[in-house]
Design a protein around this ligand. Structure first.
Ligand SMILES: [Zn+2]
Length: 191
């Protein structure tokens, strides 16, 4: 083997290993196949095998949500905004790549839920989908007129004087996050 070919082979072995590690990390964080297929270049069959090995079951079938409505319900909006603020920090202030920013921001979000004793409403696939909605210019970050925090909002909504769900929770908010989780489960998942 010529030196250059040897180097190329070494590089591809390293790249392959990196992709496998990425896949493992994403699967462990709860990513669905669509996330893996979009973010990684490993053959689909290998990712399905990895999923099987890690989770002890086949990856769930079904399509990803196509509507951003879920992110606008009050409690999901708070969770989504928390995640996306962390993502923006990782991406722009810390200079992380998209994938690193995604996984690190998601870990920050998970840790926050754990310390706050809050139910984790946003799964990794929803977090990933949210980043895509930002990329597609469907949503934006808009400031709350009371706390000045930034929250996920529809791109073309007029956000002047917006009050976030944390400052002004709806009356039903007292009924715990279970109701929100139930609503989340009701969200139709369409192509
Ligand atoms: Zn607020």
């Amino acid at each position: 083997m010529k030196p250059s070919a040897a180097n190329a082979a070494k590089k591809s072995v390293a790249e392959d290993a990196q992709q496998v590690l990425r896949a493992i990390e994403l699967i462990e964080l709860g990513a669905r196949m669509q996330v893996l297929e979009t973010e990684l270049t490993l053959p689909r069959e290998r990712m399905i095998r990895l999923y099987h090995e890690l989770k002890g079951k086949a990856p769930p079938r079904g399509l990803l949500p196509s509507s951003a409505d879920w992110y606008m319900t009050w409690l999901a909006n708070i969770h989504s905004s928390l995640f996306y603020n962390a993502y923006l920090f990782m991406r722009h202030d810390a200079g992380e790549t998209h994938l690193d920013a995604l996984t690190k921001a998601y870990r920050v979000y998970v840790e926050h839920c754990r310390t706050a004793g809050a139910e984790r409403l946003l799964d990794l696939t929803r977090a990933w989908t949210l980043v895509r909605f930002f990329g597609a210019d469907i949503v934006q970050m808009a400031p709350c007129s009371r706390c000045r925090g930034k929250f996920v909002a529809y791109k073309y909504d007029l956000c002047d004087g917006m009050v976030c769900g944390a400052c002004c929770p709806p009356p039903r908010a007292g009924k715990t996050s279970k109701a929100a989780a139930a609503r989340a489960a009701e969200t139709p998942e369409i192509a």
